[in-house]
Design a protein around this ligand. Sequence first.
Ligand code: NAD
Ligand code: FES
Length: 278
Amino acid sequence: MATRILSKEGLIPGKTSKLVLHAPAIAAKAKPGHFVIMRMHEKGERIPLTIADTDPEKGTIVIVYLVMGKSTAVLEHMDAGDDILDVCGPLGHPTRIERGGTVVCVGGGTGIAAMHHIAKGHARIGNRVVGVIGARSKDLLLFEKELDSFADELLISTDDGSYGRRGLVTELLREKLERDNTVFEVVAVGPVPMMAAVAQTTRPFGVKTTVSLNPVMVDGIGMCGACRVSVGGKTKFACVDGPEFDGHLVDFDELRRRLSAYRDQEKRSFELYEKARS
Ligand code: NAD
Ligand code: FES
């Protein structure tokens, strides 16, 4: 059954949007950390997107995406009232949310939206939530207001210094860990280089570090092997074993290589799509 887009809000014009989808069965079961796999039309590819929020009473889920290629461009050209052909989920394991004290939730760029859902889960069970969010510039910073509504502390950086501290999220994270020894876990969602840098930053402090991986996925149920990642020297499938893993054990170099394996084809496909629309 097709899934209706109830509303669409452009967060960064032409680049990032927030969709509210009517998906009562998913909303009833989804927990922080879960994702969905969507296919926009009959000939479309299947893309994984992390669930950024749910409202079980209204039967809705929130998806936030960055236009990165053809499929997300197709999504960006859809609007409220349109139907997405398939939305399959909730998939993956939810975040393990345990009571422990202070948790630092790090989000970079579009990853802030997915991180916000995890941070909310920690706040709900009574953990002290410190949000650390970063974007290249002020206009690209997402979910500040939402995080501010429940986080106990919110630290912000921009690469160009247009808002908050000038620099990367990892600098704020390192300073936080230096002055606060009550942090029991760091959770990071964002670009792969950021998650790798977060794991490097927390390693000397010996703090548990959880990262949400975003490899290429096809079936999302452990059958195709597309989402293979190496964690602690073992092969794992991000869709059924993850998507969250111990950041100190992830082979980020391999993940980076696998994510770029089809870059030329993805670029060509995007260009052809844009050309056909112009
Ligand atoms: P971006 O490249 O603009 O980076 C955002 C912020 O991350 C930067 O401002 C910086 O603070 C931090 N960062 C980036 N590289 C860093 C590094 N090497 N060291 C330390 N900090 C660094 O982000 P974007 O263009 O919005 O891309 C978002 C990415 O997040 C996409 O690649 C998307 O696939 C990914 N994502 C992942 C998930 C997930 O579930 N894992 C969810 C949503 C988005
Ligand atoms: Fe196919 Fe994970 S997406 S095994």
